[in-house]
Design a protein around this ligand. Structure first.
Ligand SMILES: Nc1ncnc2c1ncn2[C@@H]1O[C@H](COP(=O)(O)OP(=O)(O)OP(=O)(O)O)[C@@H](O)[C@H]1O
Length: 267
C-alpha cells in the first residue's frame, strides 16, 4: 500500500483491562500526520490509559497499534521514543540539578539514542521550538512551572518525534499562562509534529485542536471538529454537566469547562 495513504498511527480493536475493570474496549482510532487531536472525557474515562498504551508504557490486553502501517503493539516505550513516538506528562520530571541544555542533552542521548553532533542539534532544535533558548543555562530547579512544562515538552522533542503525546500538560498552570502553552503546542504542530493532547482545560484544546474526541468508559462518545463535539448533547451531558436541552443553554460552549458538580474533572 502507498504509505501516503496510511494514517500516522492507528489502533484496531484496542482493549485494556485492569483486573475486572475493562478500561478501553474495541477502541479504533486513526490519526493522520499533521493533526492535533484533542481528547476529553470524565475522570476515569481511560484517557491516560489510552495515552500510555499508545506511548508503550501500558501494554494493551487486546488489539493492535500501527505506526505508519507497521505493527508496534509489542514495542517498548523506549523503542517508540527512538522511533517517532514521544510522551510529555503532566508533572514535569527534569533532572533538577541540571541546566536546561544538560537536560535536553540527556534526553537526546539516552531517550532518543542520538550521539555527538546529532544529539546537540536535536537539543538545540527542541530549545528553539519551546522558546527556552533564553534559559539554556538555567537549572531546572530554578524554572517557573510554565518553563518546566516547556522543558518537559522539549525533552520529548529532543527525540525528534513524529507523534507527540501530551498528558494533561496544562495541569497546575494559571489561566493567564494557558495561551502561552497553546502557542507552544501550535508551534510544535507547525514544525510538522502530529499531536495527541489529553486535557481537562477544554478551551486550551479547542484553541489548537483540529479534531476533538470525547471518551467515556473507554469508548468514543463523540468525535469531529471541536465546536460540533462540544455542542453534542451527549458530550454536554456526560462531560460538561450541562443540561442537553439547547433551548435552556443557548450560549456558545467554546469556553465551557467541565462542571465540577458532576463527576467531570477539574478544569
Ligand atoms: N494501573 C492501574 N491499575 C488498576 N486500575 C487502573 C490502573 N490505571 C488506571 N486504572 C483505572 O482505570 C480507569 C481509567 O483510568 P485513566 O487514568 O485512564 O482515566 P482518565 O480518563 O485519564 O482519568 P483522569 O481524567 O482522572 O486522569 C480508572 O478507573 C482507574 O482507576
Amino acid at each position: 500500500m502507498n504509505s501516503s495513504t496510511l494514517p500516522l498511527i492507528e489502533t484496531r480493536t484496542l482493549g485494556r483491562r485492569f483486573g475486572q475493570l475493562q478500561v478501553l474496549s474495541g477502541f479504533d482510532l486513526r490519526v493522520e500526520a499533521g493533526e492535533v487531536l484533542g481528547i476529553i472525557g470524565p475522570n476515569g474515562a481511560g484517557k491516560s490509559t489510552l495515552l500510555g498504551v499508545l506511548g508503550g508504557s501500558i501494554p494493551p490486553s487486546t488489539g493492535t497499534i500501527l505506526l505508519d502501517g507497521s505493527d508496534i503493539t509489542r514495542r517498548s516505550s523506549h523503542w517508540r521514543a527512538r522511533n517517532g513516538v514521544a510522551t510529555s506528562y503532566q508533572i514535569p520530571r527534569p533532572f533538577l540539578g541540571m541546566t536546561v541544555m544538560e537536560n535536553l542533552m540527556v534526553a537526546a542521548t539516552f531517550a532518543a539514542g542520538k550521539r555527538g553532533r546529532s544529539a546537540q542539534e536535536a537539543a538545540l532544535g527542541a530549545l528553539r521550538l519551546t522558546n527556552l533558548t533564553r534559559l539554556v543555562n538555567t537549572e531546572a530547579n530554578d524554572l517557573r512551572l510554565l518553563d518546566r512544562k516547556r522543558l518537559e515538552v522539549a525533552r520529548a522533542l529532543a527525540a525528534s518525534p513524529r507523534l507527540l503525546l501530551l498528558d494533561e500538560i496544562a495541569g497546575g498552570l494559571t489561566e493567564s499562562e494557558i495561551p502561552e502553552l497553546v502557542d507552544l503546542v501550535r508551534t510544535v504542530s507547525q514544525a510538522g509534529v502530529t499531536v495527541i493532547w489529553i486535557e481537562h482545560v477544554v478551551h486550551a484544546l479547542t484553541a489548537v485542536a483540529t479534531r476533538l474526541l470525547c471518551l467515556t468508559y473507554g469508548r468514543i462518545l463523540a468525535e469531529g471538529d471541536p465546536a460540533t463535539v462540544l455542542a453534542s448533547p451527549e458530550v454536554r451531558s456526560v462531560y460538561l454537566g450541562i443540561d442537553p436541552d439547547p433551548e435552556d443553554f443557548p450560549d456558545d460552549v467554546h469556553g465551557a469547562e467541565p462542571n465540577e458538580a458532576t463527576d467531570a474533572p477539574h478544569a
